[in-house]
Write a protein that binds this ligand. Structure first.
Ligand code: CMP
Length: 235
């Protein structure tokens, strides 16, 4: 099994640091396994640690006053989360829940701050990451506001396929995600997601199995999106 240091060396954010600095991070951080569906932290809790995902995926969620879940994002190996405390957010903006059995590394915020002080380039990388996540969120918000459910689902599947999909030899891409989680990702109901998937199954675009969707024809999904987009170009 790879060591804690191996994972630090292979994470984008840390891979460029000198050996002794990487070793120091590995020594100061705690690596632990968590089971699927276990909560790493809750929204509004005070923020003390920064996390790095080594194996598996973690979803960032919030639950509305009426109990509806919304998934903000799904992160995978090599990605960090819980970093907003570094820019002054004292409480967690979202809950973090393991979507698979995962291996995660936890660092005290004070240790991470020390790292940023020693390496201003690292601070720049974190700022860029926060900015990039904000931009992605703005784009998704636009889709949530202006696109019909089918298009939101097509975009979410293509997005998840690109980030966490498992490519198969025949060109199809498997996405290990339940229909419920897909619904929470696009602000819709499980029933609407199931209804759209049934239509796509009939036209050969996707297949479904337990907690998993397979995109058989990614190009077909893109064409579906274009044909059904409510945002027509003027040209
Ligand atoms: P924190 O607020 O400590 O805990 C919740 C985490 O969700 C947050 O830090 C970020 O790591 C992460 N997060 C917040 N906003 C986004 C976003 N737009 N995209 C991806 N991750 C985010």
């Amino acid at each position: 099994m790879p060591t804690q240091l191996w994972y630090i060396k292979h994470a984008n954010l840390f891979s460029w640091l000198a050996d002794d600095e990487q070793r120091d991070i590995a020594d100061r951080s705690e690596m632990f396994r968590c089971q699927r569906n276990s909560k790493l932290f809750f929204a509004e809790e005070s923020s003390e640690d920064i996390y790095l995902i080594k194996e598996g995926r973690v979803k960032l969620t919030r639950t509305s006053a009426t109990g509806r879940e919304m998934i903000l994002d799904i992160l995978g190996p090599g990605e960090i989360f819980g970093e907003l405390s570094l820019i002054g957010e004292e409480n967690r903006s979202h809950s973090a829940v393991a979507l698979d059995d995962a291996l995660v590394c936890k660092m005290a915020r004070s240790d991470f701050e020390g790292l940023l002080q020693r390496h201003p380039e690292m601070a720049l990388k974190v700022i860029k990451l926060i900015g990039m996540r904000r931009r992605e969120l703005e784009m998704r918000l636009e889709d949530l506001l202006f696109q019909p459910v089918g298009n939101r689902l097509a975009l979410a599947l293509l997005w998840q396929a690109q980030r966490h999909g498992i490519s198969e030899e025949n060109g199809s891409i498997r996405i290990p995600l339940s229909q419920k989680n897909l619904a929470h990702l696009i602000g819709s109901s499980r029933e609407s997601v199931a209804e759209q998937l049934t239509k796509w199954k009939k036209s050969g675009l996707v297949t479904t199995s337990y907690r998993s969707i397979k995109i058989i024809d990614p190009q077909g999904l893109k064409i579906f999106f274009k044909q059904n987009s409510t945002e027509k170009s003027d040209s």
